[in-house]
Design a protein around this ligand. Structure first.
Ligand code: ZN
Length: 487
């Protein structure tokens, strides 16, 4: 006998199955999305999160190296998104499964302006030469993408985006700084390695930007034109109307290119007139060359030891506190006392920390949130000094996972205890997809698994096709991408 189920009942039946599925997946997970991709965020593209009017907005690199934006609403503990906000011209389809096939430089930085509009800049590794002549450096490769600025169509709303053609196409490492009066500064490197670091200023909430102003100069060395002076820089709001710039030097040699980086430098802009000074307040002439920087703005000469950029924050006197990564994975810290730089001290006595950001509580007390390894366990947590950086003590980790692996970026702009910093977690079986975690001071901000799940179909397709995920071992033997290595 044929049993006919009325249409409305069938719908209910299907709905019931779907709801049962949802119930099974309604457990809370530590991540808000599983579709981070490659290296979804880092300190050189920042902020990647902004706390604005009760919500934390987050931008990160997802599938196809595109820019995704999500929002966490603090009072309701509800999430919006992530949504695909901007398509990256450097992305590949289908998604690569080996890290060497990613560029990773097109990941986004973001800012929420004083009117509540959300700005994202992304999509380039110096821009492509087909975009025209780069007068402040060398463009990227033909696959160098296009530096792109998008803005939310409506304030505090991540659902719709508008592209604005108001910044140079030749950029990479976007970094936003917003002043108290609403002026927006976009800092970035104006092209590939052999390019100046510049900023563009907007006094109308990012609707138009003034032309790029060069502040760190790239140039061929006189003694050997095959060697160029180059930089990696980090910018943040300082005290009052100032912006800090902490940076390291890159000796860019071709052929024989390496990822050499050395020395640490500091300078500061007064946004009232665009002038720059060193830590001692001595006026500087920009754009700053290597020779000039060595004389005027050097914090510490690291000799032949590799030294990567870190972050910089200021105390109530406006004095900078900086961190950088020096030697074998050692995050080191020093500060300007008002008359001199203190000796850089390792926060970990024996290395083991990878990256993080700094909060300055007083001229002699500061805390750093770091990713680190404790044996096989990956940890994320705070380290604290109360003696001006001479000694550091570890607070109990906020997050600890045996066998885990986390990447960290800069602190959420204007963060509070409920949403401190963005992390990505590597899951070896998930190919190059990463779980995105918003960390509070108590642990990850939770979300129902069903709402955090975006790549299950992609994973299934790859597994069904028998594609093996890349492992640390297979990555090590796969051909290194030299161009990207030093980029
Ligand atoms: Zn180089």
């Amino acid at each position: 006998m044929k049993v006919s189920i009325p249409l409305h009942s069938r719908r209910e039946l299907l709905l019931g199955v779907a709801l049962a599925g949802r119930a099974a997946e309604s457990r809370d997970v530590d991540y808000f999305a599983d579709n981070g991709f490659g290296n979804p965020s880092s300190t050189l593209q920042h902020p990647t999160g902004v706390n604005h009017n009760g919500a934390t907005y987050i931008a990160y690199q997802g599938p196809h190296e595109d820019s995704y934006v999500a929002a966490y609403h603090h009072a309701s503990h509800k999430w919006s998104g992530p949504v695909l906000a901007g398509v990256n011209l450097m992305g590949k389809s289908p998604d690569p499964v080996e890290n060497k096939d990613l560029d990773n430089h097109g990941k986004p930085a973001m800012m929420v302006d004083k009117k509540g509009y959300i700005h994202v800049v992304f999509g380039a590794h110096g821009g492509s030469p087909i975009l025209g002549k780069n007068t402040l450096g060398t463009p990227g490769s033909l696959r160098g993408g296009k530096f792109t600025h998008i803005v939310s169509k409506n304030p505090e709303d991540i659902t719709a985006w508008v592209k604005l053609e108001n910044i140079s196409p030749f950029g990479t490492y976007p970094q936003f700084v917003q002043m108290d009066n609403g002026d927006l500064y976009l800092f970035y490197r104006h092209g590939a390695h052999r390019s100046d670091w510049v900023y563009q200023k907007s006094v109308d909430f990012g609707r138009t930007f003034q032309p790029p102003v060069s502040i760190l100069k790239h140039k061929a060395q006189q003694s050997n034109p095959a060697v160029h002076d180059s930089w990696y820089a980090w910018f943040a709001k300082g005290h009052g109307e100032t912006i800090t710039a902490s940076h390291v030097y890159h000796l860019c040699e071709n052929p024989g290119h390496t990822n050499e980086r050395s020395n640490t430098y500091f300078m500061r802009m007064n946004t009232r007139d665009g002038s720059w000074v060193n830590a001692a307040g001595e006026k500087l002439t920009i754009s700053v060359t290597k020779e000039y920087a060595d004389r005027k703005t050097l914090i510490f000469d690291t000799g032949t030891e590799r030294c990567s950029h870190g972050t910089c924050r200021v105390d109530s006197n406006g004095n900078p506190h900086v961190n950088f990564r020096y030697g074998k994975g050692q995050v080191r810290y020093c500060r300007w006392t008002g008359t001199e730089w203190t000796k850089p001290t390792p926060i970990f006595p024996d290395g083991g920390a990878s990256d993080g950001d700094l909060v300055v509580e007083s001229p002699t007390s500061a805390r750093m949130i770091l990713t680190s390894r404790n044996g096989d366990t990956a940890e994320v947590g705070w380290w604290k000094t109360i003696d001006g950086g001479t000694t550091w003590s570890k607070e109990p980790p906020i997050l600890a996972k045996p066998g885990g692996s986390y990447d960290i970026g800069a602190l959420i702009e204007n963060f509070d205890q409920d949403a401190v910093i963005l992390l990505s977690e590597e899951i070896p079986a998930d190919y190059l997809y990463r779980r995105m975690i918003l960390l509070s001071n108590k642990g990850p901000v939770k979300r129902p698994a069903v709402d955090a799940s975006y790549i299950q179909d992609k994973l299934k397709a790859l597994r069904d096709a028998g594609v093996e995920p890349e492992t640390k071992e297979s990555r090590a033997v796969s051909k290194p991408n030299k161009k990207r290595k030093g980029a």
